[in-house]
Design a protein around this ligand. Structure first.
Ligand SMILES: [Zn+2]
Length: 150
């Protein structure tokens, strides 16, 4: 292992600022990156990757302190990135949802995650009316993932 690693050069662009929120599940990281880079043609974006993805923004009543921190993070990242666009990606078989017992079977879990994405989108639009919010849902299938707009 090298003591110092130098990354490949990255083109400096003035593309519109984007914030992405998705789950930190390691199974999905290469697929999320591929989707964002190749699918949406994003060379760079600000990222909040936590267990359950945007779910933390739904917990205003259930876990208010947790939710408060989440909204603070989003406000901070939004301001730093001067965000104009927000991308939320939920995914199938999310272990956070299963661990928190928010989902029991795969079909209900998918519905629950998408419902939460829409709920968060509404809350974001109220707080950041200029932001364009896009929602996606990812599902693993063998060595690839399918990601759909929801
Ligand atoms: Zn997850």
């Amino acid at each position: 292992m090298p003591e110092i690693f130098r990354t490949a050069p990255v083109k400096i662009t003035s593309e519109s600022a984007v914030v992405v929120i998705h789950c930190s599940d390691p199974r999905y990281q290469p697929h999320f990156q591929d989707f964002l880079n190749a699918g949406l043609k994003l060379e760079r974006y600000a990222l909040i990757a936590v267990p359950g993805g945007a779910h933390f923004l739904t917990l205003v009543d259930y876990l208010p302190k947790f939710s408060w921190v989440g909204w603070r993070w989003l406000k901070f990242v939004h301001d730093v990135a001067r965000a104009e666009r927000l991308i939320l990606i939920g995914h199938d078989e999310c272990r956070w949802y299963l661990d928190m017992r928010f989902g029991h079977d795969a079909r209900r879990l998918r519905e629950r995650v998408i419902e939460d994405l829409r709920c968060v989108s509404t809350g974001i639009t109220e707080r950041f009316p200029h932001l364009r919010v896009e929602l996606f849902f990812a599902r693993l299938g063998g060595d690839h993932a399918t990601i759909e707009s929801v």
